[in-house]
Design a protein around this ligand. Structure first.
Ligand code: ZN
Length: 122
């Protein structure tokens, strides 16, 4: 977690604009979207797969940026770039992104939405 604190765009998360965006996203999508794709209705209290989340502090929903914004204000503030994830799915998503350097998030047409994804660079 300390890694995230050190990032120079950390201040973006302390703005009223982000608080409003985050609240609107949770109101519109109050369940983990990745769990839902697997048929699990998870408001943060469960693990991917449907077992109870054993750690009370991890029973949270995280509003995640599908395409990593890296401080880009347009990507950061685009409601279409947001998804609601449970903590384990969020951590898995971030970890994969850091290893690969791009997001695996897909649009409704099934195509990767991150311009840095190899499918979009051909
Ligand atoms: Zn999930």
């Amino acid at each position: 977690m300390a890694r995230y604190e050190a990032r120079p765009w950390r201040h973006l998360y302390r703005t009223a604009a982000w608080r409003h965006l985050r609240a609107a996203q949770i109101a519109a999508k109050p369940l983990c979207e990745w769990c839902l794709r697997d048929g699990v209705v998870n408001d943060g209290a469960l693990l991917p797969g449907g077992d109870p989340q054993p750690a009370p502090k991890l029973r949270v929903l995280i509003v995640d940026h599908k395409i990593p914004h890296k401080g880009d204000h347009a990507l950061f503030h685009d409601p279409g770039n947001l998804q609601t994830l449970c903590k384990p799915h969020h951590d898995r998503h971030k970890q994969r992104e850091e290893i690969r350097g791009y997001s695996e998030a897909r649009g409704l047409d099934g195509w990767p939405i991150d311009p840095a994804h190899p499918a979009n660079r051909a």
